[in-house]
Design a binder for this molecule. Sequence first.
Ligand code: PFF
Length: 448
Amino acid sequence: MSAPRGQFTSNFGFLMAAAGSAVGLGNIWGFPTNVAANGGAAFVVVYLLLAFMLAYPVLMAELSIGRHARRNMVQALRGISTGPVSRGVGTIAGFSGIIVASLILSFYAIVAGWMVAHLADPFATLMGAEESAQWLTGNSAARNLTFTAIFSGLTMLIIASGVEKGIERWSTLLMPALIILLLLLIAYVLFQPGAMQGLEAYLIPDFSKLSPQLMLSAMGQAFFSLSLGVGTMLIYGSYLSKQESLPRLGALVTLIDVGIAFTAGLLILPAMYVAQEAGTQIYSEAGELIAGPGLILQVLPALFDTMGHSGLFVAIAFFALMLIASLTSSISMLEVPVAFAIENLGMKRKPATLLTGLVIFAVSSLIIFNFDALFGLVVSVSTEYGQPLLGVVLCVFAGWIWRRDQLLKELQEGHPHIEQTLFWKIWPWYVRIVCPLLILAAFVQTML
Ligand code: PFF
């Protein structure tokens, strides 16, 4: 007999873990930078629509398959298959999910490592260690390797402690801290000169920016933000008790994710204009708002520098926020290969964590040493293509391959009288037809 599977001890624990997976650099960095690059609130509107109309239904597919199967993605998709073809496709998709989750973690750990280095920087400054401070914020391979290793080590420590003592305990501690830090930072920034201009740039839509490319960016952002397609939500669903209502918890996770992304916009965009007011360049030579790494690693630190001593504390709060957001996401990514190693290879949790963590760290190192060639490529293959396409596969499995009576039974567990809800009437058809078509249409559109 294999060891008993882990399980979340409460629905709050699950909620914090799943929302912790969803809320990450994608919300606090990706979403505001996408907004800045894509016409402000026009992007926000498209994003909100896609999050509820596309990402939530796909999330529900993952959660219900996971809770039904009580296994990792490979086993789960094989388990609901009905013949050799679907079993083969399920196996391939399951392995692809594990590979894509690991690839995402390999670049995510590098970016999160930058956050740890920038968090250490104000401490070095406070201690008068100027040279160390410079090294911490420089972009050397040695620095990147060191901090990617530190971040990966933290992720591995939490995952090695298991579902209840690792994932659940740390998520329930860190998520409230994240929300408090975010609100404190917003309260501070909104009172600085220039902040209102940032709010305008954020909240007034420029619909002329709407384009197929924008739709695809918004869809990629929604899939990334809700951690979809790669089996993360599936495996978290597999640790959830049958007494909880899936549609309700899934909706809460989506709401928290979207809510925190929107709230982060209230911090980042105003902060950019406060930085401009303080003399920092926030437009590129092409006249576009600076997005991407330049925003978080140059514009905001330059702003903190202008704030004198209090800037050190604001910097600590900001990068602590980024670190917390990253950790609750990275643990969910690492759990994907770890669960596979435990369930399919018969490994114990600790060696499984060490092995998969080290393999992923090796990939991160490869990216660090070939940054220009690999970083963008890995991001785009895994998040722009991998996640949405695997999302299609999950919808097809939930909608077409899985026996309908079993799917409906899974939804009924923990949700009495679900037959009377709109969800029950719409979702089973929606995930079957509308979701796959919408995702594929978004791809086709950009090719035309
Ligand atoms: N949702 C995370 C974020 O927004 O930063 C990223 C992520 C986590 C993607 C887990 C994929 C995943 F499996």
